[in-house]
Design a protein around this ligand. Structure first.
Ligand code: MG
Length: 310
């Protein structure tokens, strides 16, 4: 069995161009660009809870980084550096090699460098646990927060909703599985929304619940038209509503913007190659999401993902 040090060197020790000092010392040395604020986020993936046992390690490497890049995108920031900690029941070199391959392939596409981390042996039959941290930069004062939505603002969402939840409800649909296992973080969109969006969040726990987070922070309500929501094709209307409104793991960006920004936002899809849909409007009043069907009748929304639900 390879030692921890050999594993780190072989698979994770790559020269960092953007850090003063990357992997290999006690800690990394990083210099943010002048005028930028540092944005930090971290996410824990646990075997049996966030991914099934025997999951493809290459896809796990992708997803562990993707969910963090998605949070960076939701802040309107540019990702720069990543740190990774993994607890493995055994030093399985093939698993680590494939995990690293998936992670570095996505990192390269977003100019994000691994600058530190830790691998450790967990309990013999224990779960694989992956903790990833990503640091990004945003021009001072321009980060996209949850608290800036105002009555009259439009509500927008990128891409398509419901695919990841469909993959969990009905395994075996390749396009849906791809949405669940290999989400594409909307980094280019987040960067373009600086100074344009009034509030933003990424859809990780379900559209209605994540919109609810914006409403609570902003002290406003929302009216959403179901038929305007961009939906992954699902043939069962009941299942579709559940996946689209309450399914998690889509990692699309959900944001609000003033009506005056409409023209600029409508021009973005052609520029960045990602569909954007205007799905409703921010209302004065209680932080409540009202979803109307095509006939204008309210739709009951099932609760979204709750990490502590039994
Ligand atoms: Mg988030």
């Amino acid at each position: 069995l390879a030692s921890e040090f050999e594993i780190i060197r072989r698979y994770f020790d790559r020269p960092a161009r953007s850090a003063l000092l990357g992997v290999g010392d006690d800690a990394a040395l990083l210099v943010p660009a002048v005028g930028m604020e540092l944005v930090a986020t971290t996410d824990l993936l646990s075997e049996g809870i966030h991914f099934r046992s025997g999951a493809d390690p290459r896809k796990l490497g992708h997803k562990a980084l993707a969910v963090n890049l998605s949070d960076i995108a939701a802040m309107g920031a540019t990702p720069r550096w990543a740190l990774l900690a993994i607890a493995l029941p055994a030093a399985d070199e093939r698993w680590i090699a494939q995990f690293a391959e998936g992670m570095f392939a996505l990192a390269a596409r977003h100019d994000t460098e691994l600058v530190g981390g830790d691998t450790t042996r967990g309990p013999a039959s224990g779960p694989i646990t992956i903790c990833m941290t990503v640091l990004g930069e945003v021009p001072a004062g321009l980060a996209l927060l949850r608290g800036g939505a105002r009555p009259g603002d439009d509500i927008w969402v990128s891409g398509e909703l419901g695919g990841a939840a469909l993959a969990l409800a009905r395994p075996g649909i390749a396009a849906a599985a791809m949405r669940l296992d290999e989400p594409e973080p909307r980094v280019a969109l987040g960067e373009r929304l600086r100074g344009l969006a009034s509030a933003a969040i990424d859809v990780s726990d379900g559209f209605a619940q994540d919109l609810g987070h914006i409403l609570e922070r902003s002290g406003v309500g929302a009216l959403v038209h179901y038929d305007r929501l961009p939906r992954f094709p699902i043939d069962d209307p009941e299942l579709e509503r559940r996946c689209v409104l309450s399914g998690g793991d889509d990692y699309e960006l959900l944001f609000t913007a003033s009506q005056g920004a409409r023209g600029e936002i409508e021009a973005l899809p052609a520029e960045i190659g990602l569909a954007l849909a205007r799905v409703g409007s921010i209302q004065p009043g209680d932080p409540k999401v009202v979803v109307l069907d095509a006939q204008g009748r309210p739709i009951r929304v099932a609760p979204g993902f709750d990490h502590f639900a039994p």
